[in-house]
Write a protein that binds this ligand. Structure first.
Ligand code: PLP
Length: 354
């Protein structure tokens, strides 16, 4: 039996996807060749990447709306610099909600002036700043929709006339948003879509015209867009598994369906964190992430006991990020509700015996 996998990333993928993926590594499409030993320009693989690109747009309701989906390499971390390299001409505005935004800001500073419109650093990023203004003379506004490490999530996005770039690495395809409000969305595959190695970039075609300087080919969005995400060898395995996950999501009923399940999972866990006197949540209630829940034990002396209990219950990946401590339960799309129930049962049991 598979463990209850709360890992923050790389993270849980649907069992059926793993089965199909492992089969494709040995014998893809019953053609007696492995997926990872055929040409990326062969028809079977071109079909895979085209399907993955179109499913991504379909899920985001951006098909036929002037957007392109790309599968690039270098992780979301490369997008920190790529976005700025391509679009930061003079000045850009950033919202700082945690480690990932901080890293994005550091890279962007190499390319132009930065305005940090707000930051929640004063409280170790345990909330999402809401009162801020975005100047209308900036090249773009950059934000992180879900703060994977501290466990906060943006519930709404600012109404602004400037282009919006969003790092959605850890909550893409988990909830409905009006994705057409964004000019560029990026997400490392390994949080909610597939294995590490691919980064999904969804870009508004019009925005490509705003590339503001000469950019080396590999770092230029136009290169990848013009070549249908095939300028160089794409990360074939990661793209294939991402396609399988996007198909899995479509069969389930898409974001509309999974958002409801994600809400149930988060409600179940946060209710226990709030009810159980042994535990305390780490972030402001209104900003709690449905993907990554962070919490601590009120009495640290129970740590060894609790850790032994959840491991005994075959729970994996519950340790908090090294910069936060405590616990973090990541509840991405593929995590079943019964896994959250298993964790809640352990929390209740700890209360009973403590
Ligand atoms: C994990 C993560 C990243 C970094 O992704 P890499 O693919 O490791 O570069 C960036 N942003 C967010 C929000 C993340 O969760």
């Amino acid at each position: 039996m598979k463990k209850h996998n709360f890992s923050a990333g790389p993270c849980i993928l649907p069992e059926s996807v793993l089965q199909k993926a492992s089969k494709a590594v040995v014998n893809f499409n019953n053609d007696d060749l492995s997926l990872i030993e055929i040409s990326h320009r062969s028809e079977p693989f071109v079909e895979v990447i085209e399907k993955a690109r179109s499913l991504a747009l379909e899920h985001l309701n951006l098909q036929d709306k002037g957007y392109t989906a790309l599968f690039l390499q270098g992780g979301a971390s490369s997008q920190f610099l790529m976005t700025a390299y391509n679009f930061l001409n003079k000045k850009a505005a950033y919202l700082n909600t945690g480690t990932w935004s901080t890293k994005a800001i550091k890279e962007a500073k190499l390319f132009g002036d930065l305005i940090e419109v707000a930051s929640s650093k004063d409280k170790n990023f345990n909330y999402i700043p809401k009162e801020y203004t975005i100047p209308n003379d900036v090249d773009y506004f950059h934000c992180t929709s879900n703060n994977t490490i501290f466990g906060t999530q943006m519930m709404s996005f600012p109404d602004t006339s400037v282009p919006v770039i969003c790092d959605m690495s850890s909550d893409i395809f988990s909830r409905q948003l009006d994705f057409s409000e964004f000019d560029l969305i990026y997400a490392g595959a390994q949080k909610n879509m597939g294995p590490a190695g691919a980064t999904l970039v969804v870009i508004k075609d019009e925005f490509l015209n705003k590339i503001c300087r000469e950019v080396p080919s590999m770092l230029n969005y136009k290169t990848h867009s013009e070549k249908d995400s095939m300028f160089n060898t794409p990360p074939v395995f990661s793209v294939y598994v991402s396609m399988l996950t996007l198909e899995w999501l479509k069969d389930l009923g898409g974001i509309d369906f999974i958002e409801g399940v994600n809400q149930q999972k988060a409600d179940l866990l946060y209710a226990e964190i709030d009810r159980n006197p042994l535990f305390r949540g780490l972030v402001e209630n209104e900003d709690r992430s449905n993907m990554n829940a962070t919490f601590v034990l009120e009495n640290e002396q129970l740590t060894a006991k609790f850790d032994a209990m959840w491991k005994e219950a075959r729970i994996n990946g519950l340790g908090g990020h090294r910069s936060v401590g405590g616990y973090r339960a990541s509840m991405y799309n593929a995590l079943p509700l019964y896994s959250v129930q298993a964790l809640v049962d352990v929390m209740k049991e700890l209360e009973r015996i403590a």
